[in-house]
Design a protein around this ligand. Structure first.
Ligand SMILES: Nc1nc2c(ncn2[C@@H]2O[C@H](COP(=O)(O)OP(=O)(O)OP(=O)(O)O)[C@@H](O)[C@H]2O)c(=O)[nH]1
Ligand SMILES: [Mg+2]
Length: 561
């Protein structure tokens, strides 16, 4: 029966073999996770992960032929007695005065040389290291070759230093044998502070009920059942549980065999580290969410941001000025020549905004720090609209992400807020508003205006010449006639009327073209402003989201057993 259960257990444990390469990959994934979240997640939340990565790296570099097994338990449970009994030598003092063992003792089965570096790392003083040379005992110790057994101080100690030492060592060893005795096996501290903490290390946990000889034989199964129930409640269902008697060699057989199997498998170190990674992954799990991939700022948020940026940058005002300037310049080119001169006296709406600004010029400094244009500063309403839009980008981009990511995304979205006013001003100043060239039709209409004006002028001069000759009593000019009307009068009145007509016809065309110029300028300005939004708001947000994505992916890989 025992054999059958034993084989079953072997089969189950055999299934859980940890592949060293897979473990190395998982550790690399944890490292990638830590890189990704660096600076985003408070360091305090990452201490355990850093510790495990570092510790695992070192343990894997050290001897994998050795299995470090610790005997841990309350004072007086019989750890040192078990240690000595397994070693068949009196290595660690056994005492009546409690606590007896103050520092860890180690016994190595096989060559000490190979285990020395491991023991240096574990921190067992050389004078507390012993060797169990199998030569002394013929071949009956060879099955334990590779075992490094540690006798720990008591973990419920009145001595604080003992507890600290035990906690440190429990973090480093490959397998823990918890030694409890019939008196104290149900002590709360053993279960809540220690055994429960090892629930992810079930495959490197062994429990022995020592001093079984102190119980009446009929009581033993009841106590073992009770202890099994407590272990189940600790999350340690299924861990091997043996009764031992340290003072009787026959009472060690089950423990000894369990240790022989562990040593032969050479799996304990890998299983221990794998359990550590499990613990770390479980602890970090809340930092990423399986059903919240990082999707990045959506288009609607981007559009809202661009609108708010355009408002703050004064894009509508500049676009209006473009329309005004178009009208101003078009009328200046196509209007009546006499009106044109008067037009020129009125200021050009774009020049009033100092546009195009210096950044548009070839010799302008690349990164001008001074406000380049005279576009009015954003109003309080525009500023708050911009604040809201940035917040909305952050909120929408981080929707569903667990803490601390929403905060990190908001911080990133606002990280370059201070640079925005200058960047927007430069973007506006640097935008080609499409107002450099005079359209051909302005010139044609302007030429036509000159023509009809000259005709009117010629008519006027001609009439004036006739009037002057008549006044001087000289023979009157004989004007050619168009129908009944003299040609100079036709030229004068026709020229004037034609000028007015051309101006009147050009007016709606100018209005339409000015609207088009406004729309074109607005589109270009909006594009420039959107680029500023990309660089100053969306890119920093994307960078944080990319970190989140990397962290999420890395943790998923680290979780893959
Ligand atoms: N009857 C009986 N006595 C035992 C057994 N194991 C240990 N003892 C006795 O229990 C007492 C304490 O044993 P230790 O081995 O010193 O206990 P420990 O767990 O090392 O104690 P600390 O070093 O103080 O943590 C000693 O007197 C042992 O002889 C056992 O299986 N049966
Ligand atoms: Mg002891």
């Amino acid at each position: 029966m025992t054999n059958f259960v034993g084989r079953m257990r072997e089969a189950i444990r055999g299934d859980q073999r940890v592949d060293a390469d897979a473990l190395v990959d998982r550790l690399a994934a944890v490292r990638r996770f830590l890189d990704a979240v660096d600076g985003q997640v408070p360091d305090a939340q990452l201490v355990a992960a850093h510790t495990v990565v570092e510790r695992a790296g070192t343990r894997l570099e050290l001897s994998r032929d050795h299995t470090v097994v610790a005997l841990a338990g309350a004072t007086g449970s019989g750890k040192s007695s078990l240690f000595n009994a397994l070693a068949r030598l009196d290595l660690s003092p056994v005492g009546v005065r409690r606590p007896t063992t103050g520092v860890a003792h180690a016994c190595v089965w096989g060559q000490l040389d190979g285990a020395n570096r491991l023991l240096d790392w574990v921190g067992v003083l050389p004078r507390h290291r012993f060797v169990r040379e199998s030569a002394l005992d013929a071949d009956d110790e060879t099955d334990l070759h590779g075992l490094v057994l540690l006798d720990l101080p008591d973990f419920d100690s009145v001595q604080r230093s003992h507890r600290l030492e035990v906690d440190r060592l429990l973090g480093l060893v490959d397998l823990v044998v918890w030694v409890v005795d019939p008196q104290k096996y149900a002590d709360r501290v053993i279960h809540t502070s220690y055994l429960r903490e090892f629930h992810r290390h079930k495959d490197v946990t062994l429990v022995v009920l020592n001093q079984a000889d102190r119980l009446p034989p009929a009581e033993l199964p009841r106590v073992l059942d009770d202890l099994r129930r407590l272990l189940d409640a600790d999350g340690l269902a299924g861990v091997p549980l043996h009764a031992t008697v340290a003072v009787d060699p026959a009472g060690l057989t089950a423990l000894r065999e369990a240790l022989e199997r562990t040593v032969a498998e050479r799996q304990a170190a890998l299983r221990r580290l794998s359990g550590d990674v499990d613990t770390v992954v479980a602890g970090l799990d809340e930092l990423v969410s399986a059903d919240a991939p990082a999707t990045g700022p959506d288009e609607a948020a981007g559009r809202e941001l661009t609108r708010a940026l355009a408002g703050a940058a004064g894009v509508p005002a500049v676009a209006d000025a473009v329309r005004g300037a178009y009208r101003h310049r078009a009328v200046g080119s196509t209007g009546w020549p006499l009106v044109r001169a008067w037009r020129k006296l009125r200021p050009d709406p774009l020049r009033r905004l100092h546009l195009p600004g210096p950044a548009a010029g070839a010799d302008a400094p690349e990164e001008s720090l001074v406000a380049a244009t005279s576009v009015p500063d954003p109003t309080a309403a525009q500023r708050s609209a911009l604040g809201l839009a940035i917040r909305s980008v952050a909120d929408r981009s981080s929707a569903g992400l667990p803490a601390p990511w929403p905060g990190a995304v908001t911080t990133a979205a606002r990280s370059r807020l201070g640079d925005l006013p200058d960047a927007l001003d430069r973007a506006v100043a640097g935008t080609d508003l499409g107002m450099d060239r005079r359209p051909v039709w302005w010139r044609l209409v302007g030429g036509l205006q000159w023509l009809v004006t000259l005709a009117a002028l010629a008519g006027l001069l001609w009439l004036a010449a006739g009037y002057a000759l008549r006044a001087l009593g000289l023979p009157a000019l004989d004007y050619p006639r168009v129908g009944e009307v003299p040609l100079p009068t036709v030229l004068l009145l026709g020229g004037l009327l034609a000028g007015l007509l051309v101006a009147a016809l050009a007016r709606p065309v100018i209005g339409w073209a000015a609207g088009r110029a406004r729309r074109r300028a607005e589109k270009r300005l909006t594009g420039a402003v959107a680029t500023v939004g990309e660089e100053h708001v969306l890119d920093p947000v994307r960078a944080v989201l990319a970190r989140y994505g990397r962290a999420r992916e890395a943790l998923r890989e680290a979780a893959r057993r």
